[in-house]
Design a protein around this ligand. Structure first.
Ligand code: AP5
Ligand code: ZN
Length: 214
């Protein structure tokens, strides 16, 4: 099964993708994580994208489509979760072509609906485990008091360079201008389902599972 998690920054795409990886043996393809890895390892591409990402702008279609193309060559296990990709109509068309080339199809596009007010607190309160990527939030899922990640025992709590109010504003503008047209695009193809992303993490999980099992 191949699915897209679609939603604005902070909607909970990464949080839900990790759950699907654990329970359905799916592979999470987060273009944001791939770009951050390139940045941290100091590759040429990483240097190019670092400033773009810190500002909250979108990286070029060419770069992200290239990253996804590479990953689709690898193991597909229980299927792919596209997290943060596609983000433009050109990326959506490219994904359709890439899947067709592989004889694969898209089984669902899950739109996670969250209002802007909730996103600010979600983004500014977020941290992740530097070892396994588990996602935490200062209020709703605090980094453990003993300083050890509940998932892997790692001790490095990380915050993202673009998780501040200025970058978030730009990320939201990019989302509404370039990514939200994908809602209509997938609706027209009969592939869109929507969940209320404002509920508790477990409630959102259940709503997504119901869509995938339908
Ligand atoms: P990316 O890494 O994809 O970031 P994003 O889309 O902005 O999404 P986030 O990771 O911020 O949010 P999320 O929805 O995963 O939320 P999370 O689960 O962490 O992209 C970063 C940058 O890379 C882009 O700005 C761009 O520059 C570049 N880029 C990436 N892909 C690209 C592409 N395809 N094309 C061009 N450029 C690209 O949750 C957020 C917080 O809320 C957490 O603290 C979590 O604990 C909490 N939370 C989650 N769910 C709930 C809930 N139900 N209730 C309460 N709290 C919750
Ligand atoms: Zn961890």
């Amino acid at each position: 099964m191949n699915i897209i998690l679609l939603g604005p920054p902070g909607a909970g795409k990464g949080t839900q993708a990790r759950y699907l990886v654990d329970t359905r043996n799916m592979i999470q393809l987060s273009t944001g994580d791939m770009l951050r890895e390139a940045k941290d390892s100091g590759t040429e591409m990483g240097k190019i994208v670092a400033d773009v990402m810190a500002r909250g702008d979108l990286v070029t279609d060419e770069i992200v489509i290239g990253l996804i193309r590479e990953k689709l060559e690898g193991d597909k296990a229980g299927g792919f979760i596209f997290d943060g990709f596609p983000r433009t109509l050109a990326q959506a068309d490219a994904l359709a072509e890439l899947l067709e080339e592989k004889g694969e199809k898209l089984d669902a596009v899950v739109e996670m609906q969250v209002d802007d007010a909730a996103l600010v607190s979600r983004i500014t309160g977020r941290s992740t485990c530097g070892d396994c990527g588990e996602v935490y939030h200062d209020e709703t899922k605090p980094w453990p008091a003993d300083g050890k990640c509940t998932n892997c025992g790692g001790t490095t709590q990380k915050r993202r360079a673009d998780d501040n109010e200025d970058s978030l504003k730009q990320r939201l503008m990019e989302y509404y201008k370039k990514t939200s047209p994908l809602i209509g695009y997938y609706y027209a193809k009969g592939q869109l389902s929507s969940v209320d992303g404002l509920g508790e993490i477990d409630g959102v999980r259940a709503a997504i599972s119901a869509i995938l099992d339908a």
